[in-house]
Write a protein that binds this ligand. Sequence first.
Ligand code: TXA
Ligand code: MG
Length: 319
Amino acid sequence: MTLTLEAAVALLRRGEVVAFPTETVYGLGADARRSDAVARIYALKGRPADHPLIVHVALREALADVATEVNEAAHRLGSAFWPGPLTLVVARGGDLCAEVTGGRSTVAVRVPDHPLALALLGAFGGPVAAPSANRFGAVSPTAAEHVRADFGDAVAVLDGGPCVVGLESTIVDCSGPSPAILRPGGVTREAIEACLGHAVPVLLTSAVRVSGQLESHYAPHAEVHVARGDAADALARTLAAHRRVAVLAPVLSDAARGDGVLHVFLGSTAEAQARELYSALRRADALGVDAIVVASAGSVEGLGLALADRLSKASAPRS
Ligand code: TXA
Ligand code: MG
């Protein structure tokens, strides 16, 4: 079911759920002030109720409506990167419902950089809670058809085309005395450190329960293996001796070619790989392969850090 901006705003006003595009991934949105609306998000996603959601607002200034005691670091980062793929964790305030933050005293907030998202948030005029619009534990959606594939007619989708960043926002915890990155994403660690003028740690295993931090998150159905260049070729051939394998790479090398090895295009730059990774994983799954080999550059600079993080989660042992 596709819908117009006006219809999407009307659904939000009625406490219903609407999927909408952002520059990172599609979100599953509902009024962040209404418990009944937020409960619909958790139910649809199949997400545990103690996993907090990100609150989306149309303007930087609206941070004051959902947060209190916003410190200097949060102000700086918001001014530098909003609208953009950055989420700030700050002390919660305003009239958010308790469920949106999973009962905790902090809230995650961002201003997305997508014209349709900003139009929706502006016309609605209030905070919109939105996790990525996929079922819990599955690959995040970077196109409207991915949302439809996961939810069918149960969710109305505002179609804004493919997402330009393709990986989730960077989450920076600014609720304490020194900021820390909880999830690498579309804004690089280097850019955050340049903005703040000092080093910022990446805490991938913080005590804070962040759903994106669970092992085996962002996982397709097929098992995922990550390997560099030559190693990826060899691995694809070995796996293909027993199973159907998809190789995610710019080209399928002769060394990887063999019975049962399929090629799924993945660009060569970190930006292209970030943008295309989730849809390539979904495409490989749709081919019905048993295993996916991702040929990775392995860099952890710039967007490489977020890519490496998502690949390690997609390839983590399944529980
Ligand atoms: O790019 C994005 O951030 C996308 C788009 C839709 O905006 N949203 C997204 O939401 O990735 P979700 O729910 O899939 O991930 C939200 C992350 C989770 O890891 C959650 O635990 C964390 O944000 N989070 C939310 N509130 C938090 C808080 N108060 N403290 C620490 N982490 C928090
Ligand atoms: Mg998610």
